[in-house]
Design a protein around this ligand. Structure first.
Ligand code: PRP
Ligand code: URA
Length: 206
């Protein structure tokens, strides 16, 4: 259930984005392009159903997506993934989850949840660039399941082995898609080599 989306174009963008001298404007562009490049892998097994299609010459059979898609960014850093997913999935709805990691305990504190109706019938894609201890992703998925979500997957940019373990122990039914698996966490819960604080770099709050 761990998919490392390891494409050369993604790795080049990721290298540029990790650079401490990468300015916020470029950071946002790299993240958006990586998100778009990950979409085909993340959606590769989405179900379709046959539908009639009338071309200018005859009637044939095409396909339509079986389920609606709900993109779910974890505030704040998940917002950095949103436009890249929207570029390829413009018909998607958006749920928002507000979580902030307590810097002392490293535990996620939940402050907002807004989801569209009929979540149970939708493909719900949870978006957060960073999987560090795994606490935020697990809490977000618990909230989404409580709200009715049944078809879930999680997309991140960089994952720490510790976070992957915690995630898979708590949510064995939810696949993870990541562009990279990094080495470990430091004693402040930051991913090494990582990229620093994704939310701060995206929104200039360092
Ligand atoms: C970051 C990141 C994840 C979380 C990951 O958000 O975007 O949500 O930390 O850490 P974890 O796996 O140890 O839970 P943060 O809480 O810093 O909030 P922000 O996006 O508002 O900066
Ligand atoms: N959150 C981040 O933004 N970066 C990390 O390295 C860990 C958690």
């Amino acid at each position: 259930m761990l998919h490392v989306v390891d494409h050369p174009l993604i790795q080049v963008e990721l290298t540029a984005l990790r650079d401490r001298n990468c300015p916020g404007s470029a950071f946002r562009q790299h993240l958006r392009r990586i998100a778009s490049l990950m979409v085909p892998a993340v959606t590769a097994d989405f179900a379709t159903r046959p539908v009639p299609c009338e071309t200018p010459l005859e009637i044939t059979t095409g396909v339509a997506a079986e389920r609606s898609i709900v993109l779910t960014p974890v505030l704040r850093a998940g917002l950095g993934f949103l436009d890249g997913f929207f570029d390829l999935l413009p018909q998607a709805s958006v749920a928002h989850i507000g979580l902030a990691r307590n810097e002392k305990t490293l535990l996620p504190e939940s402050y907002y949840l807004k989801v569209p109706p009929n979540l149970a019938d939708c493909e719900v894609i949870l978006l957060d660039p960073m999987l560090a201890t795994g606490g935020s992703a697990v809490e977000a998925l618990r909230n989404l399941k409580k709200a009715g979500a049944k078809h879930l997957r999680f997309v991140c940019l960089v994952a720490a082995p510790e976070g992957i373990q915690t995630f898979q122990d708590a949510m064995p039914d939810v696949p993870i898609f990541t562009a990279a698996v990094d080495r470990c966490l430091n004693d402040k819960g930051y991913i090494l080599p990582g990229l620093g604080d994704a939310g701060d770099r995206l929104f200039g709050t360092t």
